[in-house]
Each structure stands twice: as structure tokens, then as C-alpha cells.
Design a protein around this ligand. Structure first.
Ligand code: ZN
Length: 308
């Protein structure tokens, strides 16, 4: 049984896939386009997310019934993939799901549906996407620091950013440190879309409990030492890296390299809808043998967060 530690819930895209399934094939068209081939990993991700935005704009399907169906289908997928625990990244402020008064209403649906899934637990991480506007980030930090009904049910937060967002990172750093001091775990997307100088800047200021991806960090011995000293688990995602052009896992296995270096690793789906993948596919693409996969399972159990 596996622990899935790096998984974005992407509720809007899941709703589209459930109710307007043919629309989702548009993502494949984007990946197959010549333009996609020519741009950087960060721009590729932006193109994909922009496409998702276009798919969901103007849709009126974001009802409580659809949300419940989306949650049920997600949990069924986890059970089918032999997952016993998920650390799931969710959006802490409501946009499309207008019936929710706060994220707590969505968490209630998870609680109800999880009661039907024996042997499966979920911990929730609030996504802090520093590429977003300051206004939106202020609202997110406000929920995390003042809304006990939401914050009290989160295991931690999951930060992502691009190099241009470093001023925002500096601005919110005191708040992020305070949240960590209050017991929230911190995950950070690093060693994926930007170079190691940026990762070092971030790691010098905030020590995450786990790192999303981290594959590029392995090229820098001093960052390897830092990750190993702090016992930070790298939550790797083979299909995401391959599709975005970060690392081609058909040719090399950063997971094996990390294990050889004594660094904890987990294998994950990242945004499974966006990258059209599931855990079985990720485990195959990881290139790990049975002994190494046993290590990954053990690291997953050790480094996952407690369910609230
Ligand atoms: Zn991710």
C-alpha cells in the first residue's frame, strides 16, 4: 500500500473531466503543438494551466453534487491504485465553488466520503501559489492565520513560485515562518522550474519539511548535503517532469540517484488530470526495482503527514 505525498486536487479540472469529458482532450492538443515543444518547462506549465482556465471559464457546473461526485471518484481512484494515505493539495480560498462558504465545506464533503473508504486517510495541504496576485495571497494568508475552522484541519501548506516571485516570497516569509512555528508542515516546489541559485535562496530562508520534485537539486553537492542533513523527502513526479521537459524519466531515474545518495524519496502523480496519469504509471516510469520501491513505500509512511 502506497502513500501519495505530492498530488494536486485540481477540483475544477476534475469537474470538467466528469461532466464535460470531451473538453479535457484539449490538453493533449496543447502538448502536441509545435509551440509547446519550443518553450521552457515553466512556460509549458503556464500554457497547460491557461488551457484549464479556458476550459472552466463560463461553466456553471460547480455545484455541491458535482463536487461530491468529484471527491468520490478521486477516493475511488486512490483505492484502485492501492493508496492508503494521500497528502492532498487543495485551494484554501473559494473561487468557482460558490456554494462553499469556506474551504471547510469542501473538507466536510471529504470527511463524509472518506467514511465510505476504509483503510484510506487524507491530509490536506493548502496551496500557496506565489505566482498569484498579492490580493489573492493576502486572502490566503488571512484564512491560514485567522480561520481556525479551515486552518485547524490542515496538516500544512504547499508553496510554489517562479523566480520573478521572490519579492513576494520575501514579503510573506515572516507569515510562512509563523505558520511553521505554529505546527503547520511546509512543502515547497523546488529543483524543477528554476535553477539551483533560486532554490538555494529559498532554502537559506525557509527549511521545508518536504520538497516537491527536487530533481535538479541532485546536481549540486552542497544542496544534496543540505537536503540530507535535514532529512527532507523529495516528492518526485516522473510524468510531470517528462511532459514539462524538466527531466526525461525514460532515460534516467532521479529517484534512484537520490536513493543512492541516501535521500528520502516518494513517487507521485503531481497534477494527475493535467498530466493524464495515475500512480501505477508513475511507479513504472520511476525505473525503480522492487527493493527500491520498498524503500519508497517506507519513506512514504515515514514522511507523510498525520490526517486531521
Ligand atoms: Zn506539484
Amino acid at each position: 500500500m502506497y502513500s501519495l505525498l505530492h498530488c494536486h486536487f485540481e477540483s475544477a479540472l476534475r469537474a470538467i473531466a466528469l461532466v464535460r469529458s470531451r473538453k479535457v482532450s484539449h490538453l493533449e492538443t496543447v502538448v502536441a503543438s509545435p509551440f509547446y515543444d519550443r518553450v521552457s518547462p515553466a512556460d509549458r506549465l503556464y500554457l497547460l494551466w491557461n488551457t484549464v482556465q479556458g476550459l472552466t471559464d463560463g461553466e456553471d457546473l460547480f455545484t455541491e453534487e458535482v463536487f461530491r461526485s468529484v471527491v468520490r471518484r478521486f477516493l475511488d481512484e486512490m483505492t484502485a491504485s492501492h493508496v492508503e494515505h494521500v497528502d492532498l493539495r487543495i485551494g484554501p480560498i473559494m473561487r468557482r465553488w460558490a456554494w462553499m462558504r469556506s474551504a471547510a465545506d469542501g473538507l466536510d464533503v471529504f470527511r463524509d466520503e472518506l467514511a465510505q473508504h476504509d483503510g484510506l486517510s487524507v491530509s490536506f495541504l493548502a496551496g500557496v501559489d506565489l505566482t498569484r496576485s498579492q490580493d489573492r495571497l493576502d486572502r490566503i494568508i488571512d484564512v491560514l492565520t485567522t480561520d481556525g475552522d479551515v486552518a485547524g484541519r490542515l496538516a500544512g501548506i504547499d508553496i510554489n513560485l517562479l523566480p520573478g516571485d521572490l519579492p513576494k516570497f520575501d514579503r510573506y516569509l515572516p507569515a510562512l515562518r509563523a505558520l511553521q512555528g505554529d505546527g503547520l508542515k511546509i512543502n515547497m516546489h523546488l529543483g524543477e522550474l528554476f535553477d539551483n541559485a533560486v532554490s538555494r535562496y529559498l532554502l537559506d530562508r525557509l527549511t521545508p519539511d518536504r520538497i516537491g520534485h527536487g530533481v535538479l537539486l541532485l546536481e549540486d553537492p552542497s544542496l544534496v548535503d543540505l537536503v540530507r542533513e535535514h532529512g527532507i523527502c523529495l516528492d518526485m513526479c516522473p510524468t510531470s517532469n517528462t511532459t514539462l521537459g524538466v527531466v526525461n524519466w525514460h532515460r534516467t531515474s532521479p529517484a534512484r540517484r537520490a536513493l543512492e545518495l541516501g535521500i528520502p524519496v516518494s513517487i507521485n502523480t503531481d497534477d494527475p488530470m493535467l498530466f493524464n496519469t495515475d500512480l501505477d504509471r508513475e511507479l513504472r516510469l520511476s525505473g525503480l526495482n522492487d527493493t527500491e520501491l520498498d524503500q519508497v513505500v517506507a519513506y512514504g509512511r515515514k514522511h507523510r503527514y498525520d490526517a486531521m
